[in-house]
Design a protein around this ligand. Sequence first.
Ligand code: 3PG
Ligand code: MG
Length: 395
Amino acid sequence: MKFLRLNDLPLAGKRVFIRADLNVPQDDSGNITEDTRIRASVPCIQHALKAGAAVMVTSHLGRPAEGKLEPADSLAPVARRLAELLGRPVPLVSNWVDGGFQVKPGEVVMLENCRVNKGEKKDDDALARRMAALCDVYVNDAFGTAHRAEATTHGIAKFAPVACAGPLMAAELDALGAALGNPARPLLAIVAGSKVSTKLTILKSLAAKVDQLIVGGGIANTFLLAAGKPIGKSLAEPALKGEALAIIDMMKARGAEVPLPADVVVAGDLAAQARANRVPVGEVKADDMILDIGPQSAARLAELISKAGTIVWNGPVGVFEFDQFAGGTKAVALAIAASKAFSIAGGGDTLAAIAKFGIGDKVSYISTGGGAFLEFLEGKMLPAVEILEQRAAAL
Ligand code: 3PG
Ligand code: MG
């Protein structure tokens, strides 16, 4: 991927507009419950400040209605957290699209929730031009929003004098590109989740690249069904059996494999108190639900993981929120932690599992992207990246 990188550009005295993804979860009182994305955005801002730029940073927060800033949609808590992390004031500016605010070289301001501006979500050119006029250098560091073509992620990049990627964006693309572009083999992907239908394009795109495709959760149930196994009343999509078989065949034809569980953990219902039973995969009863893989299957996955050169992980293989169904996901997490492979993980549930099993510092790269991470795995072009590449190609 060829795009300009912030760290290669002269910035002294320049007006630098940073689009970050500071879309963090909040509780009912507006307190930030998880600040990873804010911390991940700090190096870009620090770099621009140290280089002597006048820095503006903006982000969306949630999905507000355009046209009016409601208090609940304000970036105020985010600006406060960023100020703590930077150890300097971060004034918050509303109604900023046509300028009229002050920011000197070596200072930073936060521009209010960009999604309240009319035309943001439709990637309106007129809005994008007004925003582009605020800066000398536009920086997109918002990997988490790179799958959206909006005025601050796409339109502005067409019109700003210079458009480049920030360090987080560049690191995400470098890590994902390394994992899927020219990976150390075997390349192993774990794709789990409730439905084949929502991850079908990812499964197909990965089936063409990986050496082992480990499926989990409801996705694995559909694959088991396709392989002729009883799954009782487990979550599955019988209509997609054909797609599952096609993926298995496609992998087989390349000498690759989709390892299916040999044993599973079942219960009569999905509840915190549900009694779990381990059974061989052929012995699932009509009123059983498969809620995790069994220890034999987990050990087999751990072995495959230990031999992998590259690992891509999206999705827990069981209902790990309940301890009696957490064994499979825990085994996968610990095997990834112990592996010397280049490992990359992303997606909300996966990050929660990484946190639960305490392996955060043992995964080579943890993506800040949810939807953007998945669309990259699907092999889709991310519009916010594509425009940076087009600008670089036109230089
Ligand atoms: C996310 O949280 O996945 C990103 O910030 C994108 O948010 P969106 O789905 O509201 O566009
Ligand atoms: Mg989202």
